[in-house]
Ligand binder design. Sequence first.
Ligand SMILES: O=C(O)CCC(=O)C(=O)O
Length: 337
Amino acid sequence: MDSKVLSTGIPFTTLPENYIRPESERPRLSEIADCENVPIIDLSCDDRAQIIEQLADACSRYGFFQVINHGVSAEAIEKMLHVANEFFQLPVEEKMKLYSDDPSKTMRLSTSFNVKKEKVHNWRDYLRLHCHPLEQYMPEWPSNPPEFKDTVSNYCVEVRQLGHRLEEAIGESLGLEKDYIRNTLGEQGQHMAVNYYPPCPEPELTYGLPAHTDPNALTILLQDSHVAGLQVLKDGKWVAVKPHPGAFVVNIGDQLQALSNGKYRSVWHRATVNVGKARMSIASFLCPSDDALISPARALTDEGSAAIYRSFTYAEYYKKFWSRNLDQEHCLEVFKN
Ligand SMILES: O=C(O)CCC(=O)C(=O)O
């Protein structure tokens, strides 16, 4: 393999050796069932109490859910997917101008997860962008395709509003003040991973992304509407989350697990790949400000349940997360009391 990225435009006929997982770690695709009862929450529902109840159930039993009628326009979504596809179709020399394997960069094209640290690579290329404040980060984003900056910035603004709405509702569902989560997380950062999983000659032997939880507060994932690949761990079994038309998949991240004192779960999830079909997904991550002090909400520890996690700043957590391999034990374990 000569190129550092997979999306060279030249298809692979065999899987390079450094992508092959040991037998015991492979995805066993034929054994994976569809998740039949993925919670789907209609945010346009007039009955607020029902939304809150559905959220409490989804966040505690699943750690993820899908939202429909979420207020992000169909146009913003369609344009985002289109420009993301166009980006990954650019000539490899053009894309490589943006390549970096340094996770501290605020804009970079990269591949796998943490190429410098990991032993086995993942079948994924990704464009990673910091997105908030837009005025600060947008100037460094790709200017090819020419509509990239406008399209992605519009999408980011709409998704951020959705994220804030969800944080308020999730706070309420925990019995906290509506603005508790936003106040605790401070001026939240927003990052985006535009994931491109090229067609893979041997999907049984590798992952697009291996099992991981998200280090941030909340993830809003736009899945390719035609190609499946997202799987979550539910009751000890991996199940596939099929794309639902017009929906976002929302994951609880590690910070909301900590803040909820373990009541809500940061869900283990992974991405598998397909023969003959590329897949895209666009993950928007809402992240606490670096100096936000994360600890179990007082109201959730008052009634006799001890705080499971010690207090930490998000900067401390994030550094720890990137110093490890993606598929190690849950990073929150390190912060347990
Ligand atoms: O591609 C997917 O469905 C999952 C992406 C994901 O987990 C991530 O970007 O962290």
